[in-house]
Design a protein around this ligand. Structure first.
Ligand code: ATP
Ligand code: MG
Length: 717
């Protein structure tokens, strides 16, 4: 057994050894971040193969994204170089795909895959010669036919999440209506989508979510298929199982029925996919499924320096829905957590570029910039690219570049070069000053004389008097803009041409999120600020889009800085981690805050776990960065950052505890009166943070300040 330890360069602890060697039957390993869960899982596979002579093809390790399947494979071949290439590390979706394909083997044209959805799942179309069908296009079509208006991107995201949720929870049709979703007629859209998949083509259409339910269903209905799969593997292992959904649990438990050799690794504090139907509660009931299961716990963190381990451990305690664990470390190295506030996202990017410039390529390769939303990466990518800092982006999302706001701005700019294209005006006319009716627009589009669209409007289309002046003003402004640098041009578009006002109206009608749109405009302005002309601005956008695509193809082992969302960074570790855009409204998101203030704490707890996942990626250095402004609007530092700040200031917290009214005097459930905010109820106290629900909103206040300033009065306890 010693060789395993030597190759790893560490010696397994007692629990790890037990988890590695107790190969028969079900084992649940429930443990803190960085405690060696994944390491143990890989060692167990190595042990099965090398010590017990199990053939690698009899082992299946299941993960929930293609990226983590690849990472695991890489790590495994580092630990056990060479001969064990046959161990299968695959995603649950590709396992399901295999099952579905096997079932329909004799009839290759019996189903077709719909692209879109969980695209990291690693499943390819059944038959490459069929034209691809896109889930989003189908949903858009159905939504429009039901509601009469187009589906916005935000609604699309919510709708696809809703569908994934329903499928992963295996909800029956009569339960679909009970799921909270704000997209109009979501349930009906889903019902029609299901019908469409069954009836619109000569074969069955299957999307990624269906892959799971369909495979599960086929195993239920076809004993021979089930038996074949039960025969295929002697050992199943799943990592990150806190993110497993009900249908996934069901599948796995069917596959191991014959032998019960299942190794499940999980950390409930890192459950970050419940919005998509993951069911960490299942870990609580593990013994109901596997009565003789061994349940093991580990709390020692080998990854991070003490300040990170201890702060993260105290941070996660603000959650109530969790197994009580106490993460600790015996690591002795020095390290640090820094908190930085930047003026805005441009300043944030500039600050990071400065910090990263001082790193050599090895250091760069062991650093990561993490964020909640992909949108945060665009400004960063622009700055890194300009500073020639090489990076690798984990989950590239170039939707930014095709977003309609970006298109609008470019169309306005195109209009300054030529105002002869009615099609351009058609695309933007509802979002600028000056009214043009539908009929007038149609009349304009039918004129084909190579003249200025404004001249055509004014000469050949009957306009009402009140329409003329604003349209002339638009025409003149666009002409004045010719040759203007892109940043002032965007300002003119937003203000003088009325684009901002147009967006306000759209937000009202179509439910877009204004802060998201502002963020996109802010990013465009940042990029524009570095360019001389509108042409070079447009070219820069193309260049960035291309840079993003290439960076996706880069590999992690090329000495590159990593950029990733918190979600995709799960399971990874870096010497230095920079978490950016940490504002209230981002993490927790405005939806989390809304849910929280209406009494739903689940979402907030998930945001806490997501933040915790981010923190626990750092081995030695962790930096938390927020901006005072986002998309032109003032923003506040994330309450999670404030919490960490309070945890890093033990002296102050201690001295406040000795004050005249100490923190113990305030408890959840107390009614209080705040000097400015009025009466409210205390919903939580965490160190220096106190959450209070006032009539209008929920606020997190500094207990120390409240007590020192005498802001709070306890009414009843
Ligand atoms: P996460 O929850 O973030 O996925 P994990 O529990 O899977 O974390 P690993 O990634 O397996 O943790 O291990 C974290 C780090 O600790 C790795 O660098 C690994 O090499 C190291 N490690 C694991 N076990 C030991 C040990 N017994 N002694 C020393 N180092 C160890
Ligand atoms: Mg892990």
């Amino acid at each position: 057994f010693a060789y395993i330890q030597n190759e790893l360069g560490v010696s397994l602890n007692k629990i790890q050894k037990q988890a590695v060697t107790q190969t028969e039957g079900a084992v649940l390993l429930l443990a803190s971040p960085g405690s060696g869960k994944t390491t143990t899982l890989l060692m167990r596979i190595g042990y099965l193969v090398r010590e017990l002579g199990v053939h690698p093809s009899r082992i299946k390790a299941v993960t929930f994204s293609r990226a983590s399947a690849n990472e695991m494979k890489e790590r495994f071949s580092r630990y056990f170089p060479g001969q064990h290439a046959q161990v299968q590390f695959s995603t649950i979706h590709s396992l399901c795909f295999e099952i579905v394909r096997e079932h329909y083997r004799g009839e290759p044209d019996s189903f077709q895959i719909i692209e879109g959805g969980i695209d990291q799942a690693g499943v390819r179309s059944a038959s490459p010669d069929q034209p691809p069908l896109y889930k989003q296009a189908i949903l858009r079509h159905i939504y429009k036919s039901i509601n009469g208006e187009p589906l916005t991107d935000d609604q699309m995201e919510e709708l696809t999440t809703y569908i994934s949720y329903v499928k992963n929870k295996m909800l029956s049709e009569d339960q679909w209506g009970a799921v909270k979703v704000s997209v109009a007629q979501a349930e009906r859209v889903l019902r029609e989508y299901e019908t469409f998949k069954r009836t619109s083509h000569s074969c069955l259409l299957v999307d990624y979510d269906d892959m799971l339910t369909l495979a599960n269903d086929l195993l239920d209905r076809h004993p021979a298929l089930l038996a074949a799969y039960q025969e295929r593997y002697d050992y199943l292992l799943t990592d990150e199982s806190q993110d497993t959904s009900l249908v996934q649990h069901e599948l796995i438990s069917k596959l191991v029925k014959r032998h019960g050799n299942l190794f499940v690794v999980a950390d409930d504090d890192q459950s970050i996919y419940s919005w998509r139907g993951a069911e960490p509660e299942y870990l609580l009931h593990f013994r109901d499924y596997y009565p003789s299961a061994e349940v093991l716990f580990m709390e020692q963190n080998y990854r991070s320096v003490p300040v990170i381990v201890n702060t993260a451990d105290r941070f996660i305690r603000r959650n109530k829905q969790r197994y009580d664990k106490r993460m600790y470390t015996e690591n002795e190295d020095e390290g640090a957590i820094h908190i930085h506030t930047a003026a805005d996202s441009r300043a944030q990017a500039a600050y990071l570029v400065e910090e990263l410039r001082s790193l050599d390529s090895d250091q760069l390769a062991s650093s990561a910039i993490l964020y909640r939303n992909n949108a945060s990466s665009i400004a960063m990518v622009h700055a890194l690219d300009q500073a020639a800092i090489p990076f690798y982006i984990k989950d590239m999302d170039n939707r930014f570049f095709s977003h309609w706001v970006v298109e609008d701005i470019l169309n306005f700019m195109r209009m300054t070069f030529t105002d002869k294209r009615a099609d351009l005006l058609h695309k933007i006319h509802l979002k600028m000053n000056g009214y043009i009716s539908k009929q007038q627009m149609a009349a304009l589009l039918s004129i084909d004389n190579q003249e200025s669209v404004f001249d055509n409007l004014l000469r050949h289309v009957p306009l009402k008097d009140y329409q003329i002046k604003p349209l002339e003003a638009v025409r003149d402004t666009l002409r004045e803009m010719k040759g203007m640098p892109p940043l002032p041009a965007i300002r003119v578009i937003r203000e003088r041409l009325g684009y901002d006002k147009g967006l306000d109206k759209l937000c009202e009608w179509q439910g877009h999120r204004k802060d998201n749109l502002n963020e996109i405009l802010g990013t465009l302005e940042e990029i524009a600020g570095t360019q001389e002309s509108m042409e070079s601005f447009a070219a820069r956008l193309k260049e960035l889009e291309a840079a993003l695509k290439t960076s996706k193809r880069h590999r992690q082992d090329q000495q590159l800085l990593t950029l990733s969302t918190f979600h995709s960074a799960k399971g990874l570790e870096f010497e230095r981690v920079y978490m950016i855009d940490l504002m209230d409204g981002m993490i927790p998101s405005s939806e989390d805050l809304k849910a929280y203030s209406s009494g739903d704490e689940g979402r907030m707890e998930e945001a806490v776990r997501l933040f915790y996942v981010g923190m626990t990626r750092a081995k030695r250095y962790l930096e938390l960065i927020s901006c005072r402004e986002r998309g032109g609007e003032k923003t506040g530092e994330s309450r999670f950052v404030s919490h960490v700040r309070s945890l890093l200031q033990p002296e102050q917290a201690a001295s406040s505890a000795e004050g005249s009214v100490n923190s113990a005097a305030i408890r959840p459930g107390d009614s209080i009166k705040h000097r400015s905010f009025g009466t409210g109820e205390v919903t939580g106290v965490n160190g220096d943070l106190v959450d209070i629900r006032f009539a209008q909103e929920l606020r997190t206040l500094s207990l120390r300040v409240c007590l020192e300033m005498g802001l709070l009065e306890v009414l009843s306890t």
